[in-house]
Design a protein around this ligand. Structure first.
Ligand code: AHM
Length: 347
């Protein structure tokens, strides 16, 4: 019983906790000069993720699992869940006067929004992968949404490609939503990483992980081992070194790979570990996209005390040359990422 004569459960229901909304309000009060932009972006992302989460959970029932263009029993054309999530995210930001445009994994080109009448404030662009890992969805595997925010280079000008082709060091916010056994929103605005879990009973995101830090141990080792013969010698050496489990650091390491980036990243953030998607030596390219997958998660990793690298460069320093650019991606504990970089350089 608490001092109010309630059980712990009742205490939880008795508002002794922070919701996304109360957290945002507190943060805004603490920063007197805040114009509330991030507050609004986070509110909107919170709302969008509730909509996407509901769609993901009802995917089988809603009959949206088919591929685009396929027809359901009523003879209606089905929309892929990726496309639904993309529309939700696009419309989320379209209504915000401060957002100049978006770039999405599901759009060939960036989408510029027309200026809202009377809006004279600063303008931002948002990049996102609306439903990462969606090829796994038929098997009920966790999927996620990744997002990040850049400041427009010329706030009073038209939204252009260059507003998106900025390095991760220019990011002003980044985050992801994981649709798993529960739905969680995890984000950073450059002051630590905070995680909110959606309580379906009350329909609110509740602060569950304040100031997340990646534990300094390599519990989880995540790589698609079937690609072994496509890797460069440095990657092979690193992977073999970890798998031998001779060094003290890797004696308790276990192999974990879901094949859904947000889920792999989220687990490693909580347990400690390293995720690798190295380049394929025949194409010389990685698989994952710099702008809306690698850079946002790299900012979160660094804010949580970790690191992210392409092997020879810090991911946040890479200046994109195209919207859908792919890079080799190694992210996780700083010590493990640094060891990978050393072996990559020495090959
Ligand atoms: P996609 O853009 O085709 O959805 O691929 C992205 C996904 C990531 O979520 C995941 O980390 C990776 O592809 C897994 O790739 P693989 O199946 O080659 O291991």
């Amino acid at each position: 019983m608490s001092e109010f004569g309630r059980t712990n459960d009742e205490s939880y229901l008795g508002l002794d906790f922070d919701t996304l909304e109360s957290y945002i309000a507190n943060e805004q009060q603490m920063h007197a000069h805040s114009r509330g932009l991030f507050s609004n972006i986070l509110r909107r992302v919170g709302l969008a993720s509730k909509i996407i989460s509901a769609k993901v959970q009802r995917a089988g029932l809603l009959d949206v699992l088919g591929t685009k263009g396929s027809v359901n029993v009523q003879g209606e054309e089905q929309m892929k869940l990726d496309d639904i999530a993309n529309e939700v995210m696009k419309r989320t930001f379209f209504w915000m006067p401060s957002i100049a445009g978006i770039a999405s994994e599901e759009e060939d080109d960036f989408v510029a929004f027309s200026k809202k009448e009377g809006h004279t404030g600063h303008r931002y662009t948002v990049v996102f992968d609306p439903l990462d890992g969606s090829s796994n969805i038929d098997a009920n595997v966790s999927v996620g949404t990744i997002f990040a925010v850049y400041r427009c280079l010329d706030p009073s000008g038209e939204c252009s490609l260059n507003d998106f082709l900025q390095p991760g060091t220019a990011l002003v916010a980044a985050g992801y939503v994981i649709y798993g056994s529960s739905t969680m929103l995890v984000f950073t605005t450059g002051h630590g990483v905070h995680g909110f879990t959606l309580d379906p009973e009350i329909g609110e995101f509740v602060l569950s992980h304040e100031n997340l830090k990646i534990p300094d141990r390599c519990k989880c080792f995540s790589v698609n081992a079937a690609n072994h013969n496509k890797w460069d010698e440095g990657t092979k050496r690193f992977v073999d070194y970890v798998r031998q489990r001779e060094s003290e650091r890797y004696q308790e390491t276990t192999s974990r790979y879901i094949g859904s980036l947000v889920a792999d990243f989220h687990r490693n953030m909580l347990y400690g570990g390293i995720f690798l998607y190295p380049k394929d030596i025949s194409s010389g390219k990685g698989k994952l996209r710099l702008l809306y997958e690698c850079a946002p998660l790299a900012l979160l990793a660094e804010q949580a005390g970790g690191a992210a690298s392409s092997g020879d460069q810090r991911v946040l320093d890479i200046v994109p040359t195209e919207l859908h650019q792919r890079i080799p991606y190694i992210v996780g504990n700083k010590r493990d990422v640094e060891l990978y970089e050393r072996m990559y350089r020495e090959q």
